[in-house]
Design a protein around this ligand. Structure first.
Ligand code: S3P
Length: 172
């Protein structure tokens, strides 16, 4: 699929899909700039995402996420990694569905998410016990939403970030 010269690629998918690691490698391969909605939010606010969740609750975080996504979509020639919950609000889904840029869904099974997130202690939606059940519930709710806004999807499976970036770059 020929990609327009300054096109952005927006990576969506659940926590532990590898959006950030794949995004960085894809940016290198395609000569684009990498940016990440959560990282930009942390830079702007000076606090980690989990603290934003603590103080402003998920609703406050989602408002900030929409504003940041809107801003990043105005840039050119970027790979934009989003947070796993970017598809839960109507506003964000509209932004993603209407953008002229390419939205790529990194499809991931819960067993692979669990492996990749094994050492993670930060993610606010994964605090406490029952990770597998929580991830399964989120997948059930959100997978159709990712599908609804994606232009392309790639199953990450057991592929490394390197392999995924190669697969996506070859296709594009
Ligand atoms: C979230 C995923 C996180 C982060 C926040 C909420 C979610 O991003 O945006 O903790 O709702 O799934 P990653 O997908 O990069 O973990």
């Amino acid at each position: 699929m020929p990609l327009k010269k300054n096109a952005n690629i927006i990576l969506i998918g659940p926590m532990g899909a590898g959006k950030t690691t794949v995004g960085k490698q894809l940016a290198m391969r395609l000569g684009k700039t990498f940016c990440d909605v959560d990282q930009e939010l942390e830079k702007r606010t000076g606090v980690p995402v989990n603290l934003i969740f603590d103080i402003e609750k998920e609703a406050g975080f989602r408002l900030r996420e929409t504003a940041m996504l809107t801003e990043l979509l105005q840039r050119e020639n970027c790979i934009i990694a989003t947070g796993g919950g970017v598809v839960v609000t109507d506003e964000n889904r509209q932004l993603l569905a209407q953008t002229p840029h390419t939205v790529v869904y990194l499809k991931t099974a819960v067993k692979h998410q669990l492996k990749r997130l094994k050492r993670d202690k930060q993610r606010p939606l994964l605090q406490g016990a029952g990770r597998r059940e929580r991830l399964m519930k989120l997948a059930k709710e959100r997978n159709p939403l990712y599908e609804s806004v994606a232009d392309l999807s790639f199953a990450s499976g057991r592929n490394s970030a390197y392999g995924m970036a190669q697969k996506i770059a070859d296709y594009l």
